[in-house]
Design a protein around this ligand. Structure first.
Ligand SMILES: Nc1ncnc2c1ncn2[C@@H]1O[C@H](COP(=O)(O)OP(=O)(O)O)[C@@H](O)[C@H]1O
Ligand SMILES: O=P(O)(O)OC[C@H](O)CO
Length: 516
């Protein structure tokens, strides 16, 4: 963004920085008051898969990637003639559930972070499901027991990693999701010990009561966590002028951190999902549909999660969520594991070499299946392969897998909410594929709307941060942000074809479980 010649400083405007710490990459974006990104920097970081089903990140590498992104984006910003002093606040949005443990005294991580997609806890979860009270958990915390939330990852670490259990026994084990780890480190770690999280992130741990937004004794007791031995971050609002401290090093040292949201909540905010009935679907590494239900939580009866959408002013807003574990990561799989393509954007071209999936259905259950199915032991399975099958058919079937799961989630959402969506707002890396978005519209039978600026997750965190320092003061000021140049994909197949294709998918889902 911008050429390399330094320009004259402009009159001081207010800008807001946004750290977007995703599953595969970290970004830092700087937004102006119109909600446009004026400078950005992005870095991919290491993905570690030490055993089948395991997925880890290096927590220190994550912090370094954030620092480098801030340096890179601010440099680009200053080249455009702006001053870093015009950045009034920074917001943080991050992958959720991913579990970090560190020594409370030294700030040293005690293990790699266990990523939200990781399924090593299958047996542990099965054990937990047999405990008395397991069927009451979802009413308390909004989540069904599965490998997905943080809790099983933390229990696994305590059970299997001596350094972690020793720290726990000493009462010095700090646990946090990525946001808490990032806030703690950007504030200088143990020196200042700023140890906080927001309710959108805390709602993904299974320790937080979804009604009170506080840690819940019944939940901690169920998981046999001794509150005196585990250090948990304080839960606060998603937009707060002081609770998240300030950056302590680098070019933005001294700038306050005033916004914090789980990435899917941030995308809802960035799509301006401020009123009940608004929804968005974000196609990143995974895919997550959030439907705003208002200021009272709705507990799903049809396989969805209840989550905090955002809490800007002490009146939390809630969402029903449909979570899909594998979306863009299936495209990466075709790229990195099968060498079908050299970069993600080539998937559409490959899929367009054939008119349809040639009878293939690919259930991309690499981490089991999440919503609305919750089948922990499902495995990735391709059905319908013959001598006729080409790479293009598999590419199409790969894109269709996310679209079919979105259709299943929308059906559940309609059953839970009693309302049908009129159109679906989308964002995230995979929505760059027009073919995928057309397929999505075809399979759900309603228009799919893609904004021009796809960095809605980062925008959401910037909005949370900007609200806390007065860069924006009301939702009304945001209404025109990112509304021009929408692309709308209109369904092109009829209901009979949709039902026939979806029926085949549902059959495939039933057949991909129980292999091991
Ligand atoms: N043109 C494209 N077509 C299909 N998938 C894409 C395309 N561009 C990026 N992706 C996918 O989008 C994902 C990255 O999206 P992003 O929103 O950055 O995710 P995250 O926040 O999880 O890191 C990758 O998994 C990648 O495969
Ligand atoms: O990295 P993403 O964008 O797929 O988001 C990860 C989610 O927060 C996991 O719940």
């Amino acid at each position: 963004m911008g050429d390399s010649t330094p320009k004259k400083l402009t009159v001081q405007e207010s800008f807001v920085g946004s750290i977007d710490q995703g599953t595969t990459s970290t970004r830092f974006l700087i937004f102006n008051k119109e909600g446009e990104p004026v400078a950005s920097h992005q870095i991919e970081f290491g993905q570690f898969y030490p055993n089948p089903g395991w997925h880890e990140h290096d927590p220190v590498e994550i912090i370094k990637s954030i620092e480098s992104c801030i340096e890179g984006a601010v440099e680009a910003f200053e080249i455009q003639g702006h001053s870093a002093k015009a950045i009034k606040a920074v917001g943080i949005t991050s992958q959720r559930e991913t579990t970090v443990v560190w020594d409370a005294d030294t700030g040293e991580p005690l293990h790699n972070a266990i990523v939200w997609t990781d399924t090593r806890t299958q047996a542990l979860v099965r054990r937990l499901k047999t405990r008395l009270g397991a069927d009451k958990l979802q009413d308390l915390c909004g989540l069904p027991l599965s490998t997905y939330p943080s809790v099983a990852k933390l229990l696994w670490l305590i059970e299997n990693v001596p350094k972690v259990s020793e720290a726990y026994e000493r009462g010095k084990l700090s646990f946090g999701t990525i946001d808490a780890w990032v806030v703690y480190n950007l504030n200088g770690g143990p020196k200042k010990n700023v140890f906080v999280t927001d309710s959108t992130n805390a709602s993904r741990t299974m320790f937080m009561n979804i009604h009170t937004l506080q840690y819940d004794e019944q939940l901690l007791d169920f998981f046999r966590i001794d509150r005196k031995k585990l250090q948990l971050p304080e839960i606060t609002r998603s937009s707060h002028p002081t609770a998240y401290g300030t950056l302590t090093t680098g070019v933005l040292s001294g700038v306050p951190i005033t916004g914090c949201l789980g990435d899917q909540s941030a995308a809802l905010v960035g799509q301006k999902g401020f009123s009940p009935g608004r929804a968005k679907n974000t196609y990143g590494t995974g895919c997550f549909l959030l439907y705003h239900v208002g200021d009272k939580p709705v507990i799903s009866k049809h396989g969805l999660l209840t989550t905090v959408a955002y809490d800007f002013d002490g009146t939390p807003q809630y969402a029903l969520e449909g979570s899909i574990a594998v979306a863009g990561s299936s495209v990466k799989f075709l790229q990195n594991n099968l060498n079908f393509i050299e970069s993600s954007k080539e998937i559409s071209q490959l899929a367009e070499t054939v008119p349809d999936s040639g009878g293939c259905v690919f259930v991309t259950a690499f981490s089991g299946l999440f919503a609305p199915y919750w089948i922990d032991d499902a495995l990735g399975t391709i059905f319908g392969i013959t001598h006729y099958t080409q790479k293009g058919h598999i590419a199409r079937a790969t894109l269709e897998a996310t679209c079919f799961q979105t259709k299943a989630i929308l059906d559940s959402m309609q059953k839970d909410s009693g309302k049908a969506l009129a159109e679906l707002a989308v964002d995230g890396g995979m929505t760059n594929s027009d073919l995928c978005m057309q397929t999505q519209a075809d399979l759900i039978g309603i228009p799919v709307e893609r904004p021009r600026m796809l960095e809605t997750t980062a925008l959401g965190a910037a909005i949370a941060a900007g609200f806390a320092v007065g860069v924006w003061e009301s939702f009304d000021e945001l209404k025109n942000i990112n509304t021009a140049d929408m692309t709308t994909f209109v369904p092109k197949i009829d209901a009979a074809e949709r039902d026939q294709r979806f029926g085949k998918w549902e059959k495939a889902v039933q057949m991909c479980k129980g292999w091991v």
